[in-house]
Design a protein around this ligand. Sequence first.
Ligand code: ATP
Ligand code: SKM
Ligand code: MG
Length: 172
Amino acid sequence: MGAGKTSVGRRLAQMLDVGFVDSDAEIVTAANMTIPEIFEQFGEGYFREGEQRVLGRLLTEGPRVVATGGGAFMSPDNRKAIAGAGLSVWLRADTDTLFERVRNKPGRPLLDVDDPKAVLDRLQAERGPVYALADVIVDSSPGIAHSDMAQAIIAGLRDHQARHPERRIFAV
Ligand SMILES: Nc1ncnc2c1ncn2[C@@H]1O[C@H](COP(=O)(O)OP(=O)(O)OP(=O)(O)O)[C@@H](O)[C@H]1O
Ligand SMILES: O=C(O)C1=C[C@@H](O)[C@@H](O)[C@H](O)C1
Ligand SMILES: [Mg+2]
């Protein structure tokens, strides 16, 4: 959360001249409810089921940039679907940076607690080793402009495709 998937992803899509879609936004549209409402009324498990369904559909509609929700890559099924359709990118940031970006911004139910920084620290510890499985890793540090992040992702995608031509997805 706060790594920049939505905002940097949108910029990346512009630079690559492909479409952009955000799975959180698609879930909100499909359910006609906000993410906090879905968590509150049906629970996180229900949200994750919807996320998997929506992501599975979005991945078949490429070529484009898909911003996932922050927890989507934790699911082995989602990782398999992503690997089958394209390349994964981890925007890596430390939790101080993430906290600065998401504090005072509602809409992230997992952080709607007394100590959201502690949740970010826990999630980082749980998720970091799994996110490190991504094809491309780009540091999302403070002070890096969105366009520079997007350029770094393009460089990472080019590098990945040079090393794994069999997984070439489209010209970058
Ligand atoms: N490299 C960056 N430099 C400065 N601000 C950034 C950067 N990346 C993201 N931000 C800011 O951090 C906030 C959160 O970013 P964004 O919504 O894109 O994150 P996200 O990864 O999509 O989060 P979530 O998992 O909750 O959907 C936004 O205000 C965004 O502009
Ligand atoms: O990190 C997470 O688990 C989440 C991040 C958001 O993008 C949303 O998908 C939701 O708030 C859960
Ligand atoms: Mg987002």
